[in-house]
Design a protein around this ligand. Structure first.
Ligand code: ADP
Ligand code: AMP
Length: 214
């Protein structure tokens, strides 16, 4: 089962992807998490990606696509995978689709988590991220058991640089311009499914499971 999560930044893609990955035993691949890990480890890729990310812009396609193509070729992806934050541009989606087609493969489900822009700013301002293991919380809606500490690995939780309100506005503009067209791209492939992302996270998850199992 190969799944792509679509939706605005802060729509809940990562939260749902993590739950789907656990239920179906497939890897959750977040390009944002991969870039953040590279920044933390001071790699060349991290150095190149950081300025784009901090400004809320997209990392160039040439730094992104090969990384994902290599990742999905790993043995743990044999049964499928869930992509979160990739593709984010039509060229990324085109190259990736062509690469899959070489092996007679395709994306089975592109799940668009729909949340209006008005709700996004509050979600991002309250998001707290663990830069060690990638877990995500919300101070109001999905709080950790102990304030400021990751339930999974015990590391400190942070407000991401790019979750500050002025950057969030730019990320939403970038989303509407560069990423939203992917909805039509996957609709044309017959893979698009839509869910209402404003519901409680458990209800969003139930809606996604229904789609995957229908
Ligand atoms: P994305 O991966 O799409 O950027 P996240 O999964 O990180 O989004 O979610 C953004 C923020 O909203 C996080 O703080 C997360 O805990 C919170 N969140 C996710 N799903 C819901 C939901 N259904 N209701 C309320 N808050 C949510
Ligand atoms: P995310 O964790 O998905 O919110 O991504 C955080 C940031 O990483 C984005 O704002 C981009 O700067 C960068 N990024 C993640 N995935 C991609 C991608 N597929 N293409 C370009 N930039 C990306």
């Amino acid at each position: 089962m190969k799944i792509v999560m679509l939706g605005a930044p802060g729509a809940g893609k990562g939260t749902q992807a993590e739950m789907i990955a656990e239920k179906y035993g497939i890897p959750h691949i977040s390009t944002g998490d991969i870039f953040r890990a590279n920044i933390k480890n001071g790699t060349e890729l991290g150095k190149k990606a950081k300025s784009y990310m901090d400004a809320g812009n997209l990392v160039p396609d040439e730094l992104t696509v090969d990384l994902v193509i290599d990742r999905v070729a790993q043995p743990d992806c044999e049964k499928g995978y869930i992509l979160d934050g990739f593709p984010r541009t039509i060229p990324q989606a085109e190259v990736f689709t062509e690469q899959l087609a070489k092996n007679n493969e395709k994306i089975d489900f592109a799940i668009d988590v729909e949340v209006p822009d008005e709700n996004i700013i509050g979600r991002m301002g309250g998001r707290r991220a663990c830069l060690n293991c990638g877990a995500t919380y919300h101070i109001q809606y999905i709080p950790p058991k102990k304030e400021g500490i990751c339930d999974v690995c015990g590391s400190e939780l942070v407000l991401r640089n790019d979750d500050k309100p002025e950057t969030v506005k730019n990320r939403l503009n970038v989303y509407h311009e560069a990423t939203q067209p992917l909805i039509d791209f996957y609709k044309a492939q017959g893979a698009l499914r839509e869910v209402d992302g404003t519901q409680d996270m458990k209800d969003v998850f139930a809606a996604i499971v229904k789609i995957l199992e229908d």
